[in-house]
Design a protein around this ligand. Structure first.
Ligand code: C5P
Length: 215
C-alpha cells in the first residue's frame, strides 16, 4: 500500500534546457536531457498530484497523466510559469534555464561572409524564473535545483539563500548530466544532507516524499 502523499496537490515543474535563437537555424542552449525533471513529474503524479510540466526541448515521452506545455526560450518558459503559478501548491524548478538570450538575433540566416568573419552576438539577461516565483506573496512551496561543476557545497548554499527558496537540490553536473542515475545533496535552513547515487526515478520518488513532509 502506497499512501498518496500529494493527493489533490497541484505541482508545477520546469524541466529540460531552454533554447535561445541566434537566427532561424542556430541556437544557444544548455546541456540538459530533462530526465530528472520528467522523473519528478512522474513521481509527483504517482503520489496523487495534478502535475503541469513546462518543458524545454527534450526527447522524452510525457509521463502518464501529466499535463505538458512545451516552450523553447527562457522568456517563453517564464511567461508560461507565471500564467500557471497561481494554481500551484508546489513549484519545482528543474530546468536548466539559459542565463542569457541573444538580443541581436537575426530574422534571417546569418551568412558566412568570409572564412575569418564571425558574428558579433549581444546578450541580455533572462528572467530568473525561480527567484521570481519564490518572491511571490502566498506563492507555492519552491524547490530549486543546481548543477555545479565544483565547490558544490558552497555554491549550492549561496544559491539557496540568493534565490530565497526553502529547499535547494544540488548535484554534480559532470556525473548527473544525461546519466540515468544521480547523487543528490539537499540544502535547507538546517544544513545539508547527501543521498547516495541512485536511479533518477528512485531519487525523484524520495524527493517527492521529502517535499510532502515539508508542507
Ligand atoms: O542557473 P542556476 O544555477 O542559478 O539555477 C538554479 C535554479 O534556478 C534552478 O532551479 C533553475 O531551474 C532556476 N533558474 C530559473 N531561471 C533562470 C535561471 C535558473 O528558474 N533564469
Amino acid at each position: 500500500f502506497q499512501p498518496k502523499l500529494l493527493a489533490g496537490k497541484r505541482v508545477l515543474i520546469t524541466a529540460g534546457p531552454t533554447s535561445e535563437p541566434i537566427d532561424p537555424v542556430r541556437v544557444i542552449s544548455n546541456r540538459s536531457s530533462g530526465k530528472m525533471g520528467y522523473a519528478i513529474a512522474r513521481a509527483a503524479q504517482e503520489a496523487g498530484a495534478h502535475v503541469t510540466l513546462v518543458s524545454g526541448p527534450v526527447a522524452l515521452e510525457t509521463p502518464y497523466q501529466v499535463r505538458r506545455i512545451n516552450v523553447e526560450t527562457a522568456r517563453q518558459m517564464h511567461a508560461t510559469v507565471m500564467s500557471q503559478v497561481d494554481d500551484a501548491d508546489i513549484f519545482i524548478s528543474v530546468a536548466a534555464v539559459a542565463d542569457w538570450y541573444v538580443s541581436n538575433a537575426s530574422d534571417i540566416k546569418i551568412k558566412k561572409t568570409s572564412e575569418q568573419a564571425t558574428p558579433n552576438l549581444q546578450f541580455s539577461p533572462n528572467p530568473d524564473i525561480l527567484a521570481e516565483v519564490a518572491a511571490l506573496k502566498n506563492g507555492p512551496f519552491c524547490v530549486g535545483f543546481a548543477a555545479e561543476t565544483d565547490n558544490l557545497i558552497e555554491h549550492a548554499q549561496a544559491k539557496r539563500q540568493r534565490k530565497n527558496v526553502p529547499l535547494l537540490v544540488a548535484n554534480l553536473a559532470q556525473r548527473a548530466m544525461n546519466a540515468d542515475d544521480t547523487e543528490l545533496v539537499l540544502f535547507d535552513e538546517q544544513g545539508h544532507m547527501h543521498w547516495p547515487a541512485q536511479d533518477k526515478l528512485l531519487a525523484a520518488r524520495q524527493l517527492v516524499q521529502n517535499i510532502a513532509q515539508r508542507l
